[in-house]
Design a protein around this ligand. Structure first.
Ligand code: EPZ
Length: 419
């Protein structure tokens, strides 16, 4: 159990570099299963979740070498197609290996992923898609078994643009017989990165980033190891932009793809945050009063749900009342109670939070309930008067590489305490 002790009130100043994307690295590591060889992933962030995916690959029999932010994965030695309950419970995204294992070995067995703070997060769309590719699916005793001699291409329409279901079906379809079309597919940049990696391996995929993706099936022999550099983490970069704005700081966030951040930048602009966009960096100069804005989370390129808590922290200090509506996850307002402890004026009604801006926040003893809620509480504490203690920072470590070191280098005062 670790916690952060934060003294607020310091303006952040300087340059901060964004790490590689967690939500791109996880499916890229899973995709390494498809080619029976050694792939290399550069710029992989050193995060708890990435370590769990490495453990999972090694559990299946792969050889994994990690040197700082470079991960080498050799999947020629994979023996097993069963994922243990423990690994599934440690990280939901363990379910991203289903499609690749089924595609390469024709069989996979896994327990259901563990519960999640932010919503029920079923896997029905993943399984429906694999069934349409010809897999026989059995769900029994808390386990899912999927089998198919060889998957065959299909025309799949997703009920909603699920990121995980799109990624799993995409990976399964790479080795299917014939052409697969995924309609109403998720359009997130992480899916484009996955397509680019798979095509380097020898797959034939077009359309990622749009709502229709086409995959022309190839054979195992067509696939070869690939070397790939992960895209920057747009959610980590977005968190830094809000950290700069909430502390009225002067910060340049480097290693970003500005286009990936456009949904957030549009709202920061509306909220009167001033920033300049460069080719691969964004500079925020906090100087004006934040203005209230309304936000509705949507799938990409709508406003990202993974930035909702951080934006709420900023808007809790805005001039006026903002309405934040969460449409992706049914239980993603766990940070509200903690922010109220710091003096924020927020009321939740159904899927919406009504955030009435206050003059200031003050320090308190609070708890992180999940990854992005935890990050938002750090931002609120940086802006608050006096000191704040945040428990359960392990949640934050799942998605941010040593966040306290990065912010202390910009003038913050954060201490990590080991209980
Ligand atoms: C990915 O989760 C991200 N995780 C999440 O980031 C992110 O919040 C989410 O996409 C939405 O952008 C990774 O990429 C590892 P979904 P995923 O399937 O794939 C429902 C973070 O903070 N749904 O797009 O699990 C589901 O319940 C994390 O980094 C079904 O109903 O998200 C949810 O309401 C948190 N049935 C909605 O779709 C299904 O079979 C979107 O989920 C699948 C999903």
């Amino acid at each position: 159990m670790q916690k952060f002790m934060i003294v607020g009130g310091n303006r952040l100043k300087g340059i901060i570099r964004t790490s590689g994307s967690k939500n791109a690295t996880l499916p890229l590591l899973a995709a390494c299963i498809l080619n029976a060889g050694k792939s290399v992933i550069h710029e992989a962030p050193r995060l708890k979740d990435v370590a769990v995916m490495q453990d999972l690959l090694m559990y299946l029999g792969a050889k994994v070498n990690c040197d700082r932010n470079t991960i080498e994965v050799d999947t020629s030695s994979i023996q097993s197609v069963e994922i243990s309950e423990d690994l599934m419970r440690r990280m939901r995204a363990s379910n991203l290996v289903l499609g690749a294992l089924l595609g390469r070995f024709g069989r996979v067995r896994t327990s259901y992923p563990g519960g999640c703070q932010i919503g029920s997060r079923p896997m029905n769309l993943h399984l429906k898609g694999l069934k349409e590719l010809g897999a026989k699916i059995q769900e029994k005793f808390g386990y899912i078994t999927a089998e198919a001699e060889r998957l065959r291409g299909a025309d799949i329409h997703l009920d909603l643009p699920s990121v995980g279901a799109t990624e799993n079906i995409l990976m399964a379809a790479v080795l299917a017989e014939g052409v697969t079309t995924i309609r109403n597919a998720a359009k997130e940049p992480e899916i484009v990165d996955l397509q680019n990696f798979l095509n380097k391996m020898g797959a034939r995929i077009v359309g990622a980033g749009t709502d229709t993706i086409k995959i022309e099936g190839v054979t195992q022999g067509d696939l070869k190891p690939a070397v790939h550099t992960v895209i920057p983490d747009r959610i980590e970069a977005g968190t830094h932009l809000v950290a700069a704005a909430i502390t009225e700081g002067d910060v340049t966030v480097t290693n970003v793809i500005p286009e990936h951040l456009e949904p957030l930048l549009a709202k920061l602009r509306e909220a009167n945050v001033s920033f300049t966009v460069g080719e691969d960096q964004i500079k925020v100069q906090g100087n004006g009063k934040i203005k209230a804005v309304d936000i509705k989370t949507m799938s990409y390129p709508g406003f990202p749900t993974d930035m909702q808590p951080q934006m709420m922290a900023l808007l809790s200090l805005a001039d006026g009342t903002s309405i934040i509506t969460e449409t992706i996850f049914e239980n993603r307002f766990k940070h509200v109670g903690e922010m109220r402890r710091m003096g924020a004026d927020i009321k939740v009604e159904g899927q919406s939070a009504i955030v009435k801006g206050v003059e200031k926040l003050s320090g308190a003893y609070i708890e992180a309930s999940d990854l992005r809620a935890g990050a938002a509480l750090v931002l609120a504490a940086l802006a608050a008067e006096d000191g704040t203690v945040i428990e359960n920072v392990a949640h934050i470590d799942r998605g941010y590489e040593r966040l306290e070191l990065k912010y202390n280098a910009l003038g913050a005062r954060i201490i990590r305490v080991h209980n």
